[in-house]
Ligand binder design. Structure first.
Ligand code: CA
Length: 514
């Protein structure tokens, strides 16, 4: 038996010793908390002022910051596969991509599998998901859903509510038949207005209409600030005459790194075709600077709308007396490059793409304005919610409850490293498939460069290569120290740890380490 499984069973043992009367008394005294899980799409931590990054002084997010002021800020929360659909599947199941079946954007989520909303629903929670879903198959485990089809639209979005048909007669999803959607026969309902406002209104309706005798779990998930960064009229003038600060490595030449970053095509000034018209008269540094300003302003305007809307929801919790007994989480499905290394997307294991913002407020247990720097991952969320709901954690989940960390007591045996894997070889922005390990101080990345059987991956392999970063000396990951004699011992140790993690999570395929 693995140690983790033993610990899980041991913790259940204490409950087994109690008589039914004692258990009832315990449950009655511990009112189960509500769970409000707020997730945005592609929201980088430096674009939240509570994180104190390079945009903190200019782009304030007072409402999201409230969760940090009144709860805990996690500084080392990482995504196990930095891309939308896979991250969402990890969060729902508490399992890594190779276990939940969603390795890439092209995979469909198997809705018959175990998820935390399903387990909460079975235990009497009233469950819902509103906004961005992005898992293709119909949401399961929810009493109510109202979600965008695929990426959804920023303006006048069509949404699919649980009462509407998800599949058409041919067995395909309604919204895949775009002609039918345009003719108004696509099964969904079109809302007038801006998507972030609409998702919030739907979330507030869920909270108002819910049965009041049950705890709720709502997944309130924004489309913004995903590309194409379409902001609303209300925020159009924000930052108009302001020069937004640039990240320190906007002009990274990508020297001293492997081929993967050199070959990638998500470079501001070179591949940011969205702003061609406004910048075609410019070249070199000027072009890059201008494209960065247009990009970051659009991005931050989308964020400003999220922040306003979260303010409305937090006000609602206050007004209705729900604040004290509701766990509020704010996160994003992964990190994002907002100009660091001159990039504008995600997928890489580099810090900006790997790191997820994570703020959790729960006044009953979490000290206000606390900060945690332990290594946590998106696979931990499911177990955390089950723990708070008083449910046992299934042995096949692969994360760990964050509850002790939230209480300010990190267990002695908390993880000291995390495992990452990106499967979609060269599919978008020509980024090679890779996996790696990150500890507090180091990061080792292996670009194995093969499509394997990952859906959507491109056939042509790339030459395998390693990158090693000393994050203490080089937090911006500008110097690959792999192959340097002074790092040979640590490289070997990290390789052994990578092999160990792959065994622990049972991600053992034919990829051989060179
Ligand atoms: Ca995303």
């Amino acid at each position: 038996m693995k140690r983790r499984d033993f610990l899980k069973i041991a913790s259940l043992g204490a409950a087994a010793l109690m008589s039914p009367k004692m258990l009832f008394a315990q449950r009655k005294s511990e009112k189960r908390p509500n769970i409000l899980f707020i997730m945005s799409d592609d929201h980088a931590a430096p674009a939240i002022s509570a994180y104190g990054g390079f945009l903190a002084d200019i782009a304030k997010t007072p409402n999201i910051d409230r969760l940090a002021k009144e709860g805990m800020r996690f500084d080392n929360c990482f995504c196990t596969n930095s891309i939308c659909t896979p991250s969402r599947a990890v969060i729902l199941t508490g399992k890594y991509s190779h276990k939940n079946g969603v390795l890439t954007l092209d995979d469909e989520f198997d809705g018959t599998q175990q998820t935390f909303p399903k387990l909460l629903q079975r235990a009497g929670y009233y469950t819902g998901v509103v906004g961005k879903w992005h898992l293709k198959t119909e949401p399961t485990g929810f009493n109510y859903y109202n979600v965008l089809p695929g990426q959804g639209l920023y303006f006048n979005p069509i949404m699919y509510e649980s009462t509407m048909p998800w599949w058409n007669k041919e067995g395909t999803i309604w919204w895949e038949d775009l002609e039918a959607v345009e003719e108004g026969k696509g099964g969904g309902k079109q809302y007038k207005g801006y998507v972030t406002d609409i998702i919030t209104d739907v979330a507030l309706d869920f909270l108002k209409d819910r049965p009041k005798d049950k705890p709720f779990c709502l997944l309130y998930q924004h489309k913004a600030p995903h590309d194409m960064w379409e902001y609303d009229e209300k925020h159009a003038e924000l930052f108009r005459d302001v020069e937004i600060p640039e990240p320190a490595n906007l002009f990274d030449s990508h020297a001293h790194r492997g081929m993967a970053i050199k070959r990638c095509t998500q470079k501001i000034g070179r591949n940011h075709t969205l702003y061609e018209d406004e910048t075609e008269h410019l070249s070199g540094r000027k072009r890059k600077k201008k494209q960065y300003q247009i990009y970051i302003k659009s991005y931050l305007r989308c964020v400003a709308s999220i922040d306003d809307n979260i303010g409305h929801v937090l006000d609602y919790l206050d007004k209705t007396g729900l604040t004290k007994n509701t766990i509020v989480v704010y996160t994003s499905d992964q990190g994002f490059f907002i100009g660091e290394h001159g990039l504008f997307d995600k997928r890489f294991m580099y810090e900006e793409s790997l790191r997820m913002p994570l703020l959790i407020r729960y006044p009953r247990e979490v000290k206000a304005a606390s900060v945690n720097d332990d290594i946590v991952v998106n696979a931990d969320f499911a177990e955390t919610f089950l723990d708070y709901a008083g449910l046992s954690v299934p042995g096949d989940m692969q994360g760990r409850s964050l509850r002790p960390l939230l209480k300010g007591r990190t267990p002695e045996d908390w993880r000291r490293s995390m495992y990452y894997r990106y499967w979609m070889h060269r599919a978008h922005f020509n980024i090679a498939a890779h996996f790696g390990v990150r500890t507090k101080r180091y990061k080792l990345i292996y670009y194995y460069g093969l499509p394997l059987d990952a859906r959507g991956a491109r056939e042509r392999p790339t030459r395998p290569e390693w990158e090693l970063f000393d994050l203490e000396k080089d937090p911006r990951e500008m110097y690959n120290v792999y192959g340097k004699p002074e790092y040979s011992d640590i490289a070997e140790k990290l390789k052994a740890e990578l092999v160990r993690l792959r065994e622990e999570f049972e991600d053992e395929d034919e990829v051989a380490l060179i």
